[in-house]
Design a protein around this ligand. Structure first.
Ligand code: ADP
Ligand code: MG
Length: 669
C-alpha cells in the first residue's frame, strides 16, 4: 500500500464510495490527503436563552421539556420545546421526522442554529443537535468543511481523511533540510495533518504557509531545471542606427516612453545574451510600432522574426500594418501571415517560403506554435498581449529558435517582482504616456432608458464621419438570459437605422475569413457601426472609431472593459465610451471606477481590491499555474522567499537528484 493506492484501501471506503470520490477527482490516497478543506467551522460558546440574539448562529444548551410531536402536512414538521433556566424556546425541524424519536424529554442537548422571531414568538429553526460531550469536542478545534458531492457527507469525508492521515508520513518532503530549518518550517507530515485538523487558526496559517512554500519551491525549481537546457549564446543584431533613423522619420514623433523602450530593446539586441524583455504599456500607448521597429533590426541583421497575437483578427491587422510599413519605408523584406484559417495548400506554400527566406517577418496566432514552421534563422520572437498566453506556450516558442531574443508585450500590469520570478530574468520597459495627440475619452454609465439617446448620439457621430462599436455579451439569443446578443441586436439596429447608418456584425461564431472581411470593411468605412462580441477586445486599432457602447456592461470584468474602451480614443477626435447597464438599478460600483478613470494601472489595482485578487492577469487561468493551495498574488512574499532558496541550490548532486525526480514526473506536492 502506498500513496498511489486507490482510495478503496482506506477503511470504510467501499466500491460505491470510491466511485463517488472519483467523481470529484479523488482517486488515490494521496488525492485524499491533498484535498484540503475549503473552510472551517468554529462553534460558538453556549449562550443562555434569555441572552441569545435572533438571526445569528447560536448554541443553546437546553433540556427538552415537551414531548416532540409531528405536525402533519406538506412541511412535515417536528416541534418541541426546551428550557435552560433562563427561558424557554420552541425548536422546529423540517423534513426530519426521525428527530421525534431521538430527543428525549428531560435530557439535555446542545442545539446549534439560528433563532427566528415571529411577533413575540421565538423559535430555533432546524438546529444541529449535539450531546454535551460531542459539543465540547467540536468546540475544541475548527471543524473542516470539504467540497462534497451527492452521496458524500462532510462527516464521511472527514473520517476518510483521518484514516488516510496514517499514510501522510509517506509523502516526500522535497525541501532541503537547510531550507526547513532556516525558514522555521514544520515537517510536511505535520503540515498536512494540520491543514485538515488544526487546533487553532494560527496553526492553520503556519501549516498553509509551509505547503505554499513547497509548492512554489517545486514550481520555481522546475523552471530553473528547464532553463539551463536552453541557455546558448545569442545572436548579435547590428543595425540599431538604421532603425533609429527610420524611427525618426515616422509620420508621428515617438513618445518618450516609446523612444526609451525602443532604445532598451535595440541595445539588448546588440548583445549576445538573448533578450528577455517585457514591454508594458496601457492600451493605445503604441506598442505595435516598437515591435515593428525591433523586427526591422532583426531583418536588417539577416534574421527571421515572429510576432504572435492571441486572435486572428489582431494577427491580420498586424500583418496589414506591417506590410504597409515595409512598403512605405521602401524596404525589400517579405511579410508572412500564418493563421488557422489559411488553407492547407496555402499553408504548405507559406511555410516553404518562410523556411527559405532568411529575413522573413512572420505574423501569426499561436497556431504558429503547433505548426511545424521551420525557422532556421529565427532571431526574435515577440508575443503581443502576453497575458493571453500561458507560460508553457512561451517556453515552446523559446525552444523553437536556437536562442532567439524574446520580447513580450502587455497592457496588463504584472507586478514587477512577480514577472521576474515567473519569467526569469525578465527586464521591463514601461510606456507610461499616451501619444500627445490624444484627447481623454469621455465616459458615462447609463441604464437602458438612455438607449434611444445613445442611438441618436451614435448617428450624429456617424454623420460627422466617425464610427462606433456596440458590444454585446452573447453571440446569439439565449433562453432564460436577459442579455444582449449580437444577432438580435444587429437585426434591431439595421431596422432602426435603415439606410442612414451601415451596420455590421462580428462574433466568434463566424468563420475567420468572414471575421477578417468584416474588420476590413469596418476599417474601410464600409461599416459605420459594428455590433460585436468581445472579439474586438484585444489590440484592434481603427482610430476613426469614436464611440464604444457596451451593453450589459455589468457582466464584464473591469480590466476587460478597460481593454474594450481602449479600442477608441486612438485618433485625434474626441471619443466616448457608454457603459450600458442591463438593469435599471443603481450604478454599479465597478462601473463607477471606469467612469472616473482612463488609467489602466489604477483600474487594475481597483479591480484587485474589489474582487480580491481574481484573475485579472490571466495567469491563474493559464493551467500551468494551478497550485493546490498557493496563490500567486496573495502569497507573493512566500514566492519571493522560495525563489531565493531555489537560487541558492548550487550543489551538483542535489541538482541531479532533482532532475531525476523531474524526469520521473514526481516532483509534485
Ligand atoms: P497598443 O499599445 O494598445 O498596442 P497601438 O500600437 O495599437 O497601441 O497604437 C495605437 C494607435 O496609436 C495606432 O493607431 C498607432 O498608429 C498610433 N500611434 C502609435 N504611436 C504614436 C505616436 N507616437 N503618436 C501618435 N500616434 C501614435
Ligand atoms: Mg496592441
Amino acid at each position: 500500500m502506498d500513496l498511489n493506492s486507490p482510495v478503496s484501501v482506506i477503511k470504510g471506503i467501499g466500491e460505491k464510495t470510491a466511485k463517488t470520490l472519483n467523481k470529484i477527482g479523488v482517486y488515490t490516497v494521496r488525492d485524499i490527503l491533498l484535498r484540503f478543506p475549503y473552510s472551517f467551522l468554529e462553534y460558538p460558546e453556549v449562550t443562555d436563552i434569555a441572552a441569545s440574539e435572533d438571526d445569528v448562529l447560536v448554541a443553546i444548551k437546553g433540556k427538552v421539556c415537551a414531548v416532540p410531536y409531528k405536525k402533519g402536512g406538506k412541511n412535515d414538521q417536528v416541534i418541541t420545546r426546551i428550557t435552560d433556566g433562563t427561558g424557554n424556546l420552541s425548536v422546529l425541524f423540517f423534513h426530519m421526522p426521525y428527530v421525534k424519536n431521538n430527543l428525549h424529554v428531560g435530557d439535555t442537548y446542545v442545539f446549534y442554529g439560528k433563532i427566528s422571531r415571529k411577533n413575540s414568538n421565538r423559535a430555533l429553526i432546524q438546529p444541529k443537535i449535539f450531546s454535551e460531550e460531542e459539543y465540547n469536542l467540536v468546540r475544541k478545534a475548527p471543524v473542516p468543511v470539504y467540497h462534497l458531492t451527492q452521496g458524500l457527507s462532510n462527516n464521511a469525508f472527514t473520517k476518510y481523511v483521518k484514516e488516510a492521515l496514517s499514510f501522510a508520513c509517506l509523502l516526500d518532503d522535497y525541501l532541503p533540510d537547510s531550507v526547513i530549518t532556516e525558514n522555521k518550517l514544520s515537517t510536511k507530515e505535520d503540515a498536512i495533518k494540520t491543514m485538515h485538523f488544526p487546533s487553532d487558526f494560527n496553526e492553520l496559517i503556519k501549516a498553509r504557509e509551509r505547503i505554499v512554500f513547497e509548492e512554489f519551491f517545486l514550481f520555481l525549481l522546475k523552471i530553473e531545471l528547464n532553463k539551463e537546457s536552453v541557455l546558448h549564446n545569442g545572436i548579435v543584431f547590428t543595425h540599431k542606427n538604421d532603425v533609429l533613423k527610420i524611427a525618426d522619420n515616422l509620420p508621428f514623433t515617438l513618445t518618450n516612453g516609446q523612444s526609451n523602450a525602443l532604445n532598451d530593446i535595440l541595445t539588448d539586441l546588440e548583445s549576445d545574451i538573448p533578450m528577455q524583455r517585457l514591454l508594458q504599456g496601457d492600451v493605445g500607448s503604441g506598442k505595435t510600432i516598437v515591435a515593428f521597429l525591433s523586427m526591422l533590426d532583426c531583418a536588417f541583421s539577416g534574421h527571421q522574426s515572429i510576432l504572435m497575437a492571441p486572435t486572428e483578427v489582431l494577427a491580420t491587422q498586424h500583418y496589414e500594418k506591417l506590410c504597409d510599413f515595409i512598403s512605405t519605408q521602401e524596404l525589400d523584406f517579405n511579410v508572412y501571415l500564418l493563421t488557422g484559417s489559411v488553407t492547407p495548400k496555402e499553408k504548405i506554400r507559406i511555410k516553404e517560403a518562410i523556411q527559405n527566406d532568411d529575413t522573413a517577418l512572420v505574423i501569426g496566432t499561436h497556431a504558429l506554435l503547433e505548426e511545424d514552421v521551420v525557422l532556421p534563422k529565427l532571431g526574435l520572437v515577440i508575443t503581443d498581449e502576453q497575458h493571453r498566453f500561458g507560460v508553457k506556450q512561451r517556453e515552446t516558442m523559446f525552444l523553437k529558435g536556437v536562442n532567439p531574443h524574446v520580447l513580450v508585450m502587455s497592457a496588463t500590469p504584472i507586478p514587477r517582482t512577480l514577472s521576474i520570478i515567473l519569467y526569469g530574468d525578465l527586464k521591463v520597459s514601461l510606456i507610461t504616456e499616451l501619444p500627445s495627440n490624444r484627447i481623454p475619452i469621455k465616459n458615462c454609465v447609463v441604464n437602458r432608458s438612455f438607449r434611444n439617446k445613445s442611438y441618436e448620439f451614435i448617428e450624429n457621430e456617424v454623420k460627422a464621419g466617425h464610427q462606433a462599436y456596440i458590444i454585446c455579451p452573447l453571440v446569439s439569443e439565449s433562453d432564460g438570459l436577459d442579455l444582449c446578443d449580437t444577432e438580435s441586436y444587429f437585426k434591431m439596429m439595421t431596422d432602426y437605422y435603415g439606410d442612414r447608418v451601415k451596420v455590421g456584425i462580428l462574433n466568434g461564431k463566424m468563420r475567420n475569413k468572414d471575421k477578417t472581411r468584416i474588420m476590413e470593411n469596418f476599417k474601410n468605412k464600409k461599416i459605420d457601426v459594428l455590433i460585436s462580441t468581445t472579439v474586438v477586445e484585444v489590440g484592434v486599432d481603427v482610430p476613426n472609431a469614436t464611440v464604444m457602447m457596451i451593453e450589459n456592461a455589468e457582466r464584464f470584468g473591469l480590466s476587460q472593459l478597460h481593454q474594450l474602451r481602449g479600442r477608441i480614443g486612438r485618433g485625434e477626435s474626441q471619443s466616448y465610451c457608454i457603459f450600458m447597464q442591463g438593469n435599471n438599478g443603481e450604478i454599479n460600483k465597478r462601473l463607477k471606477i471606469l467612469n472616473e478613470s482612463n488609467d489602466g494601472f489604477y483600474i487594475a489595482n481597483m479591480d484587485l481590491k474589489l474582487r480580491g485578487p481574481g484573475d485579472i492577469f490571466g495567469i491563474r487561468q493559464s493551467g500551468e499555474l494551478n497550485f493546490v493551495v498557493a496563490d500567486i498574488y496573495n502569497d507573493a512574499e512566500i514566492l519571493k522567499t522560495a525563489s531565493n532558496e531555489v537560487s541558492k541550490i548550487k550543489d551538483a548532486a542535489t541538482i541531479s537528484k532533482y532532475r531525476e525526480l523531474l524526469q520521473q514526473q514526481s516532483l509534485n506536492l
